[in-house]
Every structure is written in C-alpha cells, then in structure tokens.
Design a protein around this ligand. Structure first.
Ligand SMILES: [Zn+2]
Length: 478
C-alpha cells in the first residue's frame, strides 16, 4: 500500500511531461525551489550528477592540454560594451551591481552572463608572441542571465557551467579547437549520459552573440522537442580586435589572435532526467549515477547473518562502485525498492536468508524489473560491473532508436510545417540560406532551426524553390 501511494504521487510521464519532470526532481531530492525568484537550489543528489559530468570532462580537458583558472564574477560595463554584437545580444539579460554598501559605484558592474569581456583584457596582457599561443584556459563557475520564465535545470537565472576560452595563432587552429571540444561534448553525451545528439552548426540567427559561427549539439526530449546540449563558438578575431589581443608572429608582424569559447551547463542534468525517466521516477545512467548499486537486505530481522553479509557485500562493492547499503529498519524492503527505483539507481542487489543459504544474491536492473537474476556471491563484484555496463548500453540503444525514429527529412513544405507543429522531432528541410525562408517556417510552426549538419545537399529550398545550400533540422525547442 505504502509503496504504491509513493509512486502514485508522480504524474504519468506521457500525460504531462512538464509536471512529471518537476515532481520527479523534487521527490528525488535533485533540486528545491529557493527564496530567490528564478534561482534553484541543487541538492546533493542532483549536484552529484553534475560532479560526475565535471570529473569526466576535467580528465578530457587535461588530456587535451587545457588548464583551469578563475576570473572575476563582475564585468565592468565599459568592458562588456567593447564588442558591439556581444553586448547587444546579452544586454536584455544582464543583472547589474550599482552599489557597494551605501555608495553608488562610479561604473556599474555586470554580474557575468559569460566571461569573454573579463578574460580578453587579461589575454591582451599575457600574450606577446606566437610562442605564448595557444592559450587553453577554462573556468568552472556560475553565471547569471535574467530569465522571465524558468524551470529547474533547463532554464534558471543563475546556472553552473564551465566556460572555455582559447586563443590561437591561426583561424584553422581555432576552428580545430572548436571541433575538438564539440567531439568531447558528443562523447560526454553519448558515452556517459546515454544521450545521442545531432551535431552541426547553428544558422546565423541562432549563433552566439559575437561569434563568426557556433557549433551545437542538439538532443531530443520525449515530447519531440529539441534541447541544446552544448555549444562551441568560433569567435574569429572579433574579440581580439575589441580587446586588442595581438601577438608578434613568426614573420615578425603583429597580428590579432583567433579565439574560441565553449560550454555545457547544469541544463544537461535536466535533459538527462527527461530523456531517461519513466512513470516510476528517475533512471540514471550507471556512469553518472550518484548511487550505482543499492544493497537491500531482506528479512534480516529473522536472520542476523543476513545484515552482516549485506554489509560485507556493500563494502566489497564500494571498492569499485558507488554503493548504498539500505539497512533502515523502519522501512519494508518493498518500500525501499520503490524509493531507489524512483531515485533512478540503475541496479539493486537483494540478499535474504534463503539467498545466504544458497550462497547467492539477486540482481534487479532498473529497466528490467520483472527479471530477478540470482548470482553466486563469489564473483558478484564482476557480475555487477558487467550488469552496469549492460544497463548503460541498453539506455543508449533505446535513446538511439528514439532519435532515429524522430529524425526525418521531408520533401514537401506542407508536410514540414505539420511535423514541426506537431512536435514530431527533428524535421530536415532543404534551405537556401535566406532569412526570409527561415522566418516563414518559424512563424508558421513555432519551431526554430536547430542544427545544420555537415553534408552536401542537392535540390531546391522547400520554402522558396530556389537552389538549396544546406540541410537544416527544425524542431520546437526548450
Ligand atoms: Zn528559400
């Protein structure tokens, strides 16, 4: 009874994704609302997922020669205004500090919406010659963008991210950096989060304010809406010129550096929850789950040796995995099973008196509730490892099948409009590149151009009939 009531408190995912999403996040103790409008509190269970993402990315960034640093939270107004497109793009969302104590500041300070404008003046001081290049620095921090409508993780006024800022000798090197990072992000999403993505460029209308072009990764949520999962920007020499970042090249002439910036944010945690959860709650991929394995002793009150053996088992498993032993006496095993399922733990190990007699434990995967696998206690650790890998794999396969089934190319304008309106996923449309064609499709569908994959197209623009020069995937989006 108890256990069922617990699950009933979560609305059905397919009935109302939005309500399901919020209910699951709160119930699983991922986030809580805060006294500050638009800002959320990320609770330890939610932060642990972000930390797993951080750990993996940090290792990749180090492997590829990047370093971490910390720059100020505030950006003086005069610096933010240096790059015209940049300030125009961010102005509506900037939070300003106008006072220090009782004193009005001589110059307003922006709370960083992104840090190009505070980092570039430093690069202007640090970079002298081609020998100082490339500069490959990132910082982990939070930034603030004043949002009107917010949702936990997906859109909040303050959010956490890393922002990479690199400077290079040539345009080719800067573009190669953008692509290198894009590929690290793609692997993060696919290999760690079990979220396949479409990869490519943004159309100009959607690029980062101040960039020459923006690369993007787009994931698909279960309601057929897209979510931008990460971006990598080729900034050309725009910021170098605005902030006078020059170097003496090998040929003894002074040149502007080429810069990039790139980020993924805590939004990924929200996307992950939406992508994999079900009516019973969260389902976290083993590689980023804060608890990978929960050990639940069963009928331990009848047989004290059960608890003792469960403790040993948990300790043994802890050497390789993130493990929780649930030995709370006040809850029934059934209640515990439901709670850990709701919190998305990928694998459960049950141990009861009969199992103990037979020298086994029972494994139950989060996505195979009906399948109870008895496994000998000897060699259990290896089996748990194999099972976690298998779960990770199944999650990716399911997500791939979903993405493939909801990524279509159409030959007819009317069909494109219908599919985008109905949130049928990524709808591939041949496009001439003209903004008026893009805008017409936006206006008629409420969708937006998400990503232009790198591939040649032949044929006519589906909107105007002139020669197409790109394939662009449209979708409704978060
Ligand atoms: Zn056209």
């Amino acid at each position: 009874m108890e256990a069922k009531a617990w699950v009933r408190e979560i609305p059905r995912k397919q009935d109302n994704l939005s309500e399901w999403y919020t209910a699951v996040l709160l119930k699983a103790e991922m986030v809580d609302y805060s006294p500050v409008r638009g800002c959320m509190v990320i609770r330890p269970y939610g932060w642990a997922v972000w930390e797993a993402i951080q750990r993996w990315l940090d290792a990749e960034f180090r492997r590829t020669g990047h370093q971490t640093a910390a720059f100020p939270l505030f950006v003086p107004e005069s610096l933010l205004q240096r790059e015209a497109e940049h300030v125009q793009g961010f102005a509506p969302q900037v939070a300003w500090v106008t006072h220090g104590g009782d004193e009005e500041l001589a110059e307003r300070l922006a709370v960083r919406p992104t840090s190009e404008a505070i980092i570039m003046p430093m690069y202007a001081r640090w970079i002298r010659s081609y020998r100082d290049l490339p500069v490959l620095i990132l910082q982990w921090c939070s930034v603030v963008r004043w949002e009107k409508a917010t949702r936990p993780f997906l859109r909040t006024t303050e959010f956490f991210w890393h922002e990479g800022h690199t400077a290079h000798r040539t345009a080719e090197e800067a573009d190669a950096e953008c692509r290198l990072i894009l590929d690290i992000y793609r692997r993060l999403l696919e290999e760690q989060l079990a979220m396949p993505v479409l990869v490519g460029r943004k159309p100009d209308s959607e690029k980062f304010a101040g960039a020459d072009w923006t690369y993007t990764l787009e994931a698909l949520m279960p309601d057929g809406q897209a979510i931008q999962a990460g971006t990598s920007h080729f900034l050309g020499q725009n910021f170098a010129r605005a902030f006078d970042v020059k170097f003496l090249d090998r040929d003894n002439t002074e040149k502007y550096v080429w810069t990039t910036s790139w980020a993924v944010t805590t939004r990924l945690v929200g996307a992950l929850v939406m992508a994999h959860g079900d009516d019973r709650g969260l389902f976290l991929p083993p590689r980023v789950a804060p608890v990978q394995v929960v050990v639940v002793p069963v009928r331990a009150e009848r047989e004290p040796a059960v608890l003792e053996r469960a403790r040993q088992l948990a300790a043994q498993l802890s050497e390789r995995f993130r493990v929780r032993l649930d030995d709370r006496e006040e809850y029934t095993p059934g209640w515990k099973f439901n709670e850990w399922e709701m919190r998305g733990v990928p694998l459960r190990v049950e141990l009861g008196p009969r199992d103990l007699q037979q020298g086994q434990a029972v494994l139950v995967a989060r996505d195979a509730e009906g399948t109870r696998q008895p496994v000998p206690l000897d060699g259990l650790v290896d089996r748990v490892g194999e099972e976690l890998e298998a779960i990770q794999e199944r999650m990716l396969e399911r997500a791939r099948a979903y993405l493939a089934a909801h990524t279509v190319r159409v030959e007819d304008y009317g069909e494109a409009v219908q599919l985008i309106r109905q949130r049928k996923g990524f709808v591939g449309v041949r496009w001439c590149g003209d903004t008026s064609c893009e805008d017409r499709l936006r206006d008629e569908t409420g969708g937006s151009p998400r990503v232009i994959p790198e591939e040649a197209v032949n044929g006519a623009c589906l909107v105007c009939g002139r020669k197409a020069n790109a394939l662009v995937y449209f979708a409704r989006a978060y």
